[in-house]
Design a binder for this molecule. Sequence first.
Ligand code: BGC
Length: 430
Amino acid sequence: MEFQLNENLLLGAAAAATQIEGGDQNNNWYSWYRQGFVKDDSDPSVATDHYRRWREDLELMKNMGIQCYRMGLEWSRIEPEDGVFDEAVIARYREEIQALHEAGIPVLLTLHHFSNPMWLEDRGGFAVRDNITCFLRYVRKIVESVGDLVSEYITVNEPNVYAFNGFFQGIWPPGQKSFLEMSRVMTNMAAAHIEAYGLIRKTRLQMGYKDTRVGVANHLRVFAAKNPENPLHRFWASRTEQLFQGSLTRAMCLGRVSFPIGRHPSIVPGRYCDFHGVNYYTRSTVSGPADGVAQGCAVNDLGWEIYPEGIAEVCRKVYEMLPRPVYITENGTCDNQDRFRARFIAEHLKALCESGVPVERYYHWCFCDNWEWVEGNSARFGLVHVDYESQKRSVKRSGEFYRRVIEERGVSEALFREFCDTPCGGEDGE
Ligand code: BGC
């Protein structure tokens, strides 16, 4: 394999506050951990201690040549009580963003990434329509505080996963199992995104900036019929796609309402994204109402199919819906021994560069190994290894590969041979 990166493509890394920072116990995920729902019982208020070690992480990023960084904010830290903002915390985030800025690493800032302050969670979070005003108040405060340093924002991360896991499957906080609640949350998050989209652009315009870009980090999967000849399998593949991501995507980007998204005064036809943020991980193989994984395919350490062409398929689809530049806001894999991550990166980047879609960013998920929600510390996705006992960081082989890809602006045969010997999923494809 051999390919060159497209001219406008920057390679960076992504992270989410709750998964790396540590030191905060005022959010719904800490409470979920305390209730015993994290598989290996690892504590999110420890994580990788990034809140204190951010300078060390930034040095590592610089050494690896990281070109852009998607970082998140912990809302519960910034607004520990309803309407009370902690200026010292905001100043601390500003310092980090400023340092990234000075290092020439532009920040894409995520405002909401699965985690809610407890005061908001206790009154229903995004399941309650009126709570959207709390989100908007927080968004305004952030843009007023760091808007001079940040031109690019993600309003919400993966509202479909948040709604599906927390309100339909019940495996994430708040642990509900109701289709109706899931649909309500999706609707409210689409509305929250649309309102935040306008608010961020307006606030920055008032500050004198015209270069604002706002989007969603949208979790998009490929849904394939298990047997493409079988009309029932085809029906369920398209139905699950619509329920999980299709309708929500159209609501957030175009303001169009279709089942399971309900009506909301803010969801009216329009254009509500300046880029398509795409989080891509896997393909689901469908034969009925529940999705599955195709037999015999290459999978990662969490059993997710590794399907590189899918990244191009989902990008084409959103671009056809609304022609906006694409940012891969997450792509990565759980490979605890770092056997095939380099190959995974090479194959996904190649598919992306050959997709014909204007892809401007690739944020690898993630920079350091981190606290992977209910999987805790047991699932490693990082380019950098973290020893959770000592918090020592060491760049993995895949991290070194990524540094070389950035430096060489592509993957040569020699680079591929040097780093990508193990097929995705491991030697035996398992
Ligand atoms: C989320 C990340 C998560 C990653 C890997 C995405 O769904 O946005 O927070 O760590 O997938 O599971």
